[in-house]
Design a protein. Structure first.
Ligand SMILES: C[S@@+](CC[C@H](N)C(=O)[O-])C[C@H]1O[C@@H](n2cnc3c(N)ncnc32)[C@H](O)[C@@H]1O
Length: 272
Protein backbone atom coordinates (compact mmCIF):
# COMPACT_ATOMS: atom_id res chain seq x y z
CA UNK A 1 0.00 0.00 0.00
CA UNK A 2 1.18 3.52 -0.86
CA UNK A 3 2.26 5.49 2.22
CA UNK A 4 0.72 8.99 2.46
CA UNK A 5 3.32 11.76 2.42
CA UNK A 6 5.42 12.11 5.50
CA UNK A 7 4.34 8.88 7.13
CA UNK A 8 7.18 6.74 8.50
CA UNK A 9 7.59 3.46 6.61
CA UNK A 10 7.17 1.35 9.78
CA UNK A 11 3.55 2.49 10.04
CA UNK A 12 1.48 -0.35 8.63
CA UNK A 13 -1.58 0.97 6.79
CA UNK A 14 -2.58 -2.40 5.41
CA UNK A 15 -4.14 -3.39 8.77
CA UNK A 16 -6.07 -1.44 11.34
CA UNK A 17 -4.11 -0.64 14.51
CA UNK A 18 -5.56 -1.01 18.02
CA UNK A 19 -4.05 2.31 19.11
CA UNK A 20 -5.52 4.18 16.13
CA UNK A 21 -8.97 2.54 16.51
CA UNK A 22 -8.86 3.52 20.18
CA UNK A 23 -7.82 7.07 19.27
CA UNK A 24 -10.80 7.27 16.91
CA UNK A 25 -13.23 6.17 19.63
CA UNK A 26 -11.78 8.79 21.99
CA UNK A 27 -12.33 11.52 19.39
CA UNK A 28 -8.70 11.85 18.31
CA UNK A 29 -7.39 12.68 14.85
CA UNK A 30 -4.59 10.13 14.60
CA UNK A 31 -6.34 7.41 12.62
CA UNK A 32 -6.83 6.33 9.02
CA UNK A 33 -9.68 4.98 6.86
CA UNK A 34 -8.74 1.41 7.58
CA UNK A 35 -9.00 2.09 11.33
CA UNK A 36 -12.30 3.97 11.00
CA UNK A 37 -13.81 1.12 8.97
CA UNK A 38 -13.03 -1.38 11.71
CA UNK A 39 -14.20 1.10 14.36
CA UNK A 40 -17.54 1.51 12.55
CA UNK A 41 -17.98 -2.25 12.36
CA UNK A 42 -17.18 -2.72 16.04
CA UNK A 43 -19.42 0.20 17.03
CA UNK A 44 -22.33 -1.25 15.03
CA UNK A 45 -21.99 -4.55 16.91
CA UNK A 46 -21.41 -3.01 20.32
CA UNK A 47 -22.93 0.44 20.66
CA UNK A 48 -21.43 0.62 24.17
CA UNK A 49 -17.87 0.39 23.04
CA UNK A 50 -16.98 4.07 22.63
CA UNK A 51 -18.41 4.64 26.12
CA UNK A 52 -16.39 1.67 27.35
CA UNK A 53 -13.21 3.20 26.06
CA UNK A 54 -13.98 6.52 27.70
CA UNK A 55 -14.81 4.67 30.93
CA UNK A 56 -11.38 3.04 30.73
CA UNK A 57 -9.75 6.43 30.46
CA UNK A 58 -11.80 7.70 33.44
CA UNK A 59 -10.75 4.67 35.51
CA UNK A 60 -7.11 5.46 34.71
CA UNK A 61 -7.54 9.08 35.78
CA UNK A 62 -9.15 8.11 39.09
CA UNK A 63 -6.43 5.53 39.74
CA UNK A 64 -3.64 8.06 38.98
CA UNK A 65 -5.19 10.50 41.47
CA UNK A 66 -5.28 7.79 44.14
CA UNK A 67 -1.59 7.07 43.48
CA UNK A 68 -0.76 10.79 43.72
CA UNK A 69 -2.56 10.91 47.09
CA UNK A 70 -0.37 7.98 48.16
CA UNK A 71 2.70 10.09 47.33
CA UNK A 72 3.60 8.46 44.00
CA UNK A 73 5.28 11.07 41.80
CA UNK A 74 6.68 8.87 39.00
CA UNK A 75 4.79 6.71 36.55
CA UNK A 76 5.63 4.06 33.96
CA UNK A 77 2.62 3.98 31.61
CA UNK A 78 2.87 0.90 29.38
CA UNK A 79 0.43 0.65 26.46
CA UNK A 80 -0.13 4.39 26.85
CA UNK A 81 -1.73 4.79 23.42
CA UNK A 82 -2.01 7.95 21.38
CA UNK A 83 -2.06 10.94 23.73
CA UNK A 84 -5.52 12.12 22.75
CA UNK A 85 -7.29 13.51 25.78
CA UNK A 86 -6.32 13.81 29.44
CA UNK A 87 -2.88 12.27 29.44
CA UNK A 88 -1.36 10.79 32.55
CA UNK A 89 1.26 13.56 32.91
CA UNK A 90 -1.44 16.23 32.66
CA UNK A 91 -3.55 14.53 35.32
CA UNK A 92 -0.49 13.95 37.52
CA UNK A 93 1.11 17.36 37.06
CA UNK A 94 -2.16 19.14 37.86
CA UNK A 95 -1.64 17.77 41.39
CA UNK A 96 2.14 17.53 41.48
CA UNK A 97 3.97 19.66 38.90
CA UNK A 98 7.11 17.60 39.55
CA UNK A 99 5.49 14.29 38.60
CA UNK A 100 7.41 12.38 35.92
CA UNK A 101 5.95 9.96 33.38
CA UNK A 102 7.46 7.53 30.89
CA UNK A 103 5.06 6.49 28.15
CA UNK A 104 5.61 3.14 26.42
CA UNK A 105 3.71 1.80 23.42
CA UNK A 106 4.26 -0.83 20.76
CA UNK A 107 2.48 1.21 18.09
CA UNK A 108 4.77 3.49 16.02
CA UNK A 109 1.94 6.01 15.45
CA UNK A 110 1.31 6.29 19.19
CA UNK A 111 5.03 6.70 19.81
CA UNK A 112 5.51 9.28 17.03
CA UNK A 113 2.60 11.39 18.27
CA UNK A 114 3.73 11.08 21.89
CA UNK A 115 7.22 12.27 20.92
CA UNK A 116 5.76 15.23 18.99
CA UNK A 117 3.43 16.22 21.75
CA UNK A 118 6.02 15.91 24.49
CA UNK A 119 9.00 17.43 22.68
CA UNK A 120 10.81 19.78 25.05
CA UNK A 121 8.95 18.45 28.09
CA UNK A 122 11.67 17.31 30.50
CA UNK A 123 9.28 15.60 32.93
CA UNK A 124 8.18 12.99 30.39
CA UNK A 125 9.84 10.36 28.24
CA UNK A 126 8.64 8.08 25.44
CA UNK A 127 9.77 4.53 24.68
CA UNK A 128 8.83 2.41 21.68
CA UNK A 129 8.57 -0.89 23.51
CA UNK A 130 6.72 -4.17 23.87
CA UNK A 131 5.13 -5.17 27.16
CA UNK A 132 6.10 -8.76 26.31
CA UNK A 133 9.74 -7.72 26.75
CA UNK A 134 9.65 -5.97 30.13
CA UNK A 135 13.41 -6.24 30.66
CA UNK A 136 14.02 -4.09 27.59
CA UNK A 137 11.41 -1.55 28.70
CA UNK A 138 13.03 -1.35 32.12
CA UNK A 139 16.55 -0.96 30.77
CA UNK A 140 15.43 1.76 28.33
CA UNK A 141 13.53 3.48 31.13
CA UNK A 142 16.69 3.46 33.26
CA UNK A 143 18.67 4.86 30.35
CA UNK A 144 16.29 7.84 30.14
CA UNK A 145 17.28 8.61 33.74
CA UNK A 146 13.89 10.16 34.46
CA UNK A 147 12.44 7.76 37.05
CA UNK A 148 14.22 6.58 40.22
CA UNK A 149 13.54 2.86 40.51
CA UNK A 150 14.79 2.89 44.14
CA UNK A 151 11.69 4.95 44.96
CA UNK A 152 8.02 3.94 44.66
CA UNK A 153 6.74 4.01 41.11
CA UNK A 154 3.23 3.78 39.65
CA UNK A 155 3.10 1.10 36.98
CA UNK A 156 0.10 1.69 34.72
CA UNK A 157 -1.20 -1.12 32.53
CA UNK A 158 -4.52 0.29 31.36
CA UNK A 159 -6.21 -1.72 28.65
CA UNK A 160 -3.02 -3.43 27.53
CA UNK A 161 -2.46 -6.79 29.27
CA UNK A 162 -5.35 -8.28 27.26
CA UNK A 163 -3.15 -7.79 24.18
CA UNK A 164 -0.70 -10.34 25.60
CA UNK A 165 -1.87 -13.89 24.79
CA UNK A 166 -1.29 -16.71 27.27
CA UNK A 167 1.43 -18.09 24.99
CA UNK A 168 3.47 -14.93 25.71
CA UNK A 169 3.24 -15.64 29.47
CA UNK A 170 1.66 -12.43 30.81
CA UNK A 171 2.06 -13.77 34.37
CA UNK A 172 5.85 -13.78 33.93
CA UNK A 173 5.76 -10.28 32.41
CA UNK A 174 3.88 -9.01 35.46
CA UNK A 175 6.22 -10.82 37.85
CA UNK A 176 9.23 -9.10 36.20
CA UNK A 177 7.63 -5.67 36.52
CA UNK A 178 6.62 -6.25 40.15
CA UNK A 179 10.09 -7.55 41.04
CA UNK A 180 11.79 -4.30 39.97
CA UNK A 181 9.37 -2.00 41.77
CA UNK A 182 10.46 -0.57 45.14
CA UNK A 183 8.30 -1.03 48.25
CA UNK A 184 5.37 1.40 48.19
CA UNK A 185 5.04 1.09 44.40
CA UNK A 186 1.54 0.72 42.97
CA UNK A 187 0.25 -1.30 40.03
CA UNK A 188 -2.85 -0.24 38.07
CA UNK A 189 -4.50 -2.72 35.69
CA UNK A 190 -7.65 -2.56 33.61
CA UNK A 191 -8.38 -5.61 31.49
CA UNK A 192 -11.22 -6.82 29.26
CA UNK A 193 -13.24 -9.76 30.45
CA UNK A 194 -15.75 -12.30 29.17
CA UNK A 195 -17.42 -12.46 32.59
CA UNK A 196 -21.00 -11.15 32.63
CA UNK A 197 -20.76 -10.09 28.97
CA UNK A 198 -23.43 -10.35 26.28
CA UNK A 199 -22.73 -12.37 23.14
CA UNK A 200 -22.30 -9.29 20.90
CA UNK A 201 -19.38 -8.15 23.04
CA UNK A 202 -17.74 -11.53 22.65
CA UNK A 203 -18.34 -11.39 18.87
CA UNK A 204 -16.77 -7.92 18.67
CA UNK A 205 -13.75 -9.24 20.50
CA UNK A 206 -13.21 -11.66 17.64
CA UNK A 207 -12.88 -8.68 15.28
CA UNK A 208 -9.76 -7.63 17.20
CA UNK A 209 -8.03 -10.53 15.48
CA UNK A 210 -7.86 -8.25 12.41
CA UNK A 211 -5.57 -5.81 14.17
CA UNK A 212 -1.94 -6.65 14.79
CA UNK A 213 -2.94 -7.12 18.42
CA UNK A 214 -5.69 -9.60 19.19
CA UNK A 215 -7.43 -9.36 22.56
CA UNK A 216 -7.53 -12.19 25.11
CA UNK A 217 -10.51 -11.81 27.42
CA UNK A 218 -9.82 -13.12 30.95
CA UNK A 219 -11.73 -13.94 34.11
CA UNK A 220 -11.66 -11.80 37.23
CA UNK A 221 -9.53 -14.48 38.94
CA UNK A 222 -6.96 -14.45 36.12
CA UNK A 223 -6.80 -10.65 36.17
CA UNK A 224 -6.49 -10.59 39.97
CA UNK A 225 -3.55 -13.00 39.74
CA UNK A 226 -1.59 -10.36 37.76
CA UNK A 227 -1.29 -8.36 41.01
CA UNK A 228 0.67 -11.25 42.58
CA UNK A 229 1.24 -10.86 46.32
CA UNK A 230 0.74 -7.08 46.31
CA UNK A 231 -2.04 -5.67 48.51
CA UNK A 232 -5.20 -4.83 46.55
CA UNK A 233 -6.67 -1.44 47.46
CA UNK A 234 -10.41 -1.26 48.11
CA UNK A 235 -12.72 -2.16 46.40
CA UNK A 236 -10.48 -4.83 44.82
CA UNK A 237 -10.79 -5.96 41.22
CA UNK A 238 -14.22 -4.78 40.07
CA UNK A 239 -15.95 -3.68 36.89
CA UNK A 240 -13.86 -0.61 36.17
CA UNK A 241 -16.71 1.88 36.26
CA UNK A 242 -17.37 0.81 39.85
CA UNK A 243 -13.77 1.39 40.98
CA UNK A 244 -13.94 4.46 43.26
CA UNK A 245 -16.43 6.31 41.09
CA UNK A 246 -16.26 10.07 41.73
CA UNK A 247 -20.00 10.26 42.27
CA UNK A 248 -22.80 7.69 42.43
CA UNK A 249 -24.48 9.38 39.46
CA UNK A 250 -21.48 8.38 37.36
CA UNK A 251 -22.25 4.72 37.88
CA UNK A 252 -24.87 3.37 35.54
CA UNK A 253 -27.33 0.75 36.75
CA UNK A 254 -25.43 -1.77 34.77
CA UNK A 255 -21.79 -1.27 35.70
CA UNK A 256 -20.97 -4.52 33.94
CA UNK A 257 -21.73 -3.18 30.52
CA UNK A 258 -18.18 -1.95 30.11
CA UNK A 259 -16.72 -5.43 29.93
CA UNK A 260 -13.50 -4.74 31.77
CA UNK A 261 -12.23 -5.14 35.30
CA UNK A 262 -9.98 -2.62 37.02
CA UNK A 263 -7.89 -2.74 40.15
CA UNK A 264 -4.97 -1.14 41.98
CA UNK A 265 -2.48 -2.84 44.29
CA UNK A 266 0.45 -1.70 46.45
CA UNK A 267 3.79 -3.37 47.05
CA UNK A 268 3.86 -3.81 50.83
CA UNK A 269 7.08 -5.84 50.87
CA UNK A 270 9.73 -4.26 53.01
CA UNK A 271 12.97 -3.29 51.28
CA UNK A 272 15.23 -6.33 51.18
C1 LIG B 1 -6.81 0.31 24.47
S1 LIG B 1 -5.32 1.23 24.29
C2 LIG B 1 -5.13 1.87 25.96
C3 LIG B 1 -4.50 3.24 26.01
C4 LIG B 1 -4.32 3.84 27.43
N1 LIG B 1 -3.53 2.97 28.30
C5 LIG B 1 -5.65 4.10 28.08
O1 LIG B 1 -6.04 3.36 28.97
O2 LIG B 1 -6.31 5.07 27.71
C6 LIG B 1 -4.10 -0.06 24.27
C7 LIG B 1 -2.71 0.38 23.85
O3 LIG B 1 -1.80 -0.72 24.12
C8 LIG B 1 -0.86 -0.79 23.06
N2 LIG B 1 -0.28 -2.14 23.05
C9 LIG B 1 -0.83 -3.29 22.61
N3 LIG B 1 0.01 -4.33 22.79
C10 LIG B 1 1.13 -3.81 23.37
C11 LIG B 1 2.37 -4.38 23.79
N4 LIG B 1 2.61 -5.68 23.65
N5 LIG B 1 3.29 -3.56 24.34
C12 LIG B 1 3.06 -2.22 24.46
N6 LIG B 1 1.90 -1.63 24.08
C13 LIG B 1 0.95 -2.41 23.53
C14 LIG B 1 -1.66 -0.43 21.82
O4 LIG B 1 -0.80 0.03 20.79
C15 LIG B 1 -2.57 0.67 22.36
O5 LIG B 1 -1.99 1.93 22.20
Amino acid sequence: MQQPDGLPAEIDLSRPSAARVYDYFLGGAHNFDIDRQLAAQIAAMTPNLPATMRAGREFLRRAVRVLLDAGIDQFLDIGSGIPTVGNVHEVAQATNPKARVIYVDIDPVAVAHSRDLLAGNDTTGVIHGDLRDPDRILSEARRLDLLDFDQPVGILLAGVVHFVPDTDRPGDVLATLRATAAPGSHLVISHSTFEDQPQEMLDAQRLSARTATEITLRSRAEITAFFGDWTLLEPGVVHMELWRADSPSEVTVDGQRFGAFGGVARNDRSAG
